[in-house]
Ligand binder design. Structure first.
Ligand code: NCD
Ligand code: ZN
Length: 367
């Protein structure tokens, strides 16, 4: 059969290839190891987009006010459970938002009863709703020492916020000046580098050993900074950490498709209503819950690595978090007709634009 191939020049050519042997794919049901569900009307609108394909998700705690204590996490978990659509099964894996006032005993109790699976470090000012985050890491050392002792992972938003550091360099500088010194000081601490966006991040994670994991988003496998800035500013591609230049996207593609257990899927699906994205000071976040799995199948197939999709989306995350792999499966099928993703989903708070990959996607998730 004839497939279309893209030459480096961008010209389409038709070349004869043997029939595609793999049109369907069955993988263990995936999990999302970094997800923003928000609250209230937005929670009710976006949760079904995740429960359709994913069995579990690590739930980010950056609400306003943030999810700081075990009691906050119980209450938020109950609101999420109440919003799960009829017939769906989904387990929210709760996290606590680390502040300079966090009590190590509260964290330890929340972990011991299984309520909380990680604590999230937001450097103050790094991203959406991070103003209660950490300014001085020495102030949270008692919490981090307790987490190292009990094996509770620290999820890091890995960007420095120093104004002098260029926004495109913030991840690499964070690794050198914050993450690496912290891991040397507390080698037992289990750390997830959340949403890595650079070849430096991918390389550091590759060498990190079993105490280190790294999540990679769907959108950072697809867009580079040109998508945000060339030919007009495109707010729906603006997220944090901001997408970098092409060589970094390619490094993330190699990492995600490598099968290396250090890397796993965290979509960082982060809904904001259009009015706040299409704004003079637009919010950061790409909403990818709806179409992540077809997009990943497309990406992994393009890189000749469909056989690694299960490791990335369904196996490596549970292994890091010491949780069982899901028993049921997700089936995907490649069809001649492209997927018709909704352009937007409605929420009681306003419309939310679904991430547009900019190319047709022929992989469909089977019901
Ligand atoms: C996230 C959000 O909107 O909460 N935004 C984003 O661009 N990813 C916060 C975050 O994960 O940085
Ligand atoms: Zn996030």
């Amino acid at each position: 059969m004839a497939l279309q191939a893209r030459q480096p020049s961008g010209n389409e050519v038709r070349i004869a290839l043997p029939a595609d042997p793999m049109k369907t794919l069955s993988i263990r049901r995936p999990d999302d190891w970094h997800l923003h569900l928000r609250d209230g009307a937005m929670l009710r609108a976006v949760l079904p987009e995740t429960t359709r394909h994913f069995a579990r998700a690590i739930i980010m705690p950056n609400l306003v006010p943030p999810v700081v204590t075990a009691a906050d996490a119980v209450a938020y978990r109950d609101r999420i459970l109440a919003a799960i659509p009829d017939g769906a099964t989904f387990e929210p894996l709760m996290t606590l938002y680390l502040t300079e006032g966090t009590d190590p005993a509260d964290v330890a109790a929340a972990a011991a009863c299984g309520l909380v699976k990680a604590v999230k470090l937001y450097p103050a000012g790094a991203t959406t709703n991070s103003s209660s985050g950490v300014r001085d890491l020495t102030r949270v050392m008692p919490v981090l020492e307790k987490m190292a002792e009990i094996g509770l992972p620290l999820c890091t938003h890995g960007e420095v916020t120093t104004p002098e550091v260029d926004i495109f360099d913030r991840e690499a500088v964070f690794i050198d000046t914050v993450l690496d010194p912290l891991r040397r000081r507390l080698p037992e601490l289990r750390v997830v580098m959340e949403h890595i966006t650079t070849e430096e991040g991918a390389a550091y994670a590759a060498e990190g050993g079993e105490t280190l994991g790294a999540t990679i988003t769907t959108h950072h496998l697809i867009i580079n900074r040109n998508h945000i800035l060339a030919g007009g500013i495109r707010p729906h591609y603006y997220c944090l950490p901001v997408a970098k230049r092409e060589k970094h996207r390619l490094a993330l593609r190699r990492a995600a498709t490598s099968g290396n257990p250090r890397y796993f899927l965290g979509t960082d699906s982060a809904p904001h209503v259009d009015a706040l994205k299409e704004h003079a000071c637009g919010c950061a976040g790409c909403f990818t819950a709806t179409n992540t799995m077809p997009l990943l199948a497309h990406v992994f197939e393009e890189d000749g690595a469909l056989d690694q999709l299960e490791a990335f989306a369904s196996l490596n995350g549970p292994a890091f978090y010491r949780l069982p792999v899901n028993k049921d499966v997700l089936r995907l099928e490649k069809r001649p007709e492209p997927n018709a993703f909704p352009e937007k989903i409605a929420s009681g708070a306003g419309p939310v634009t679904v991430f547009d990959p900019g190319f047709p996607v022929h992989w469909h998730v089977l019901p």
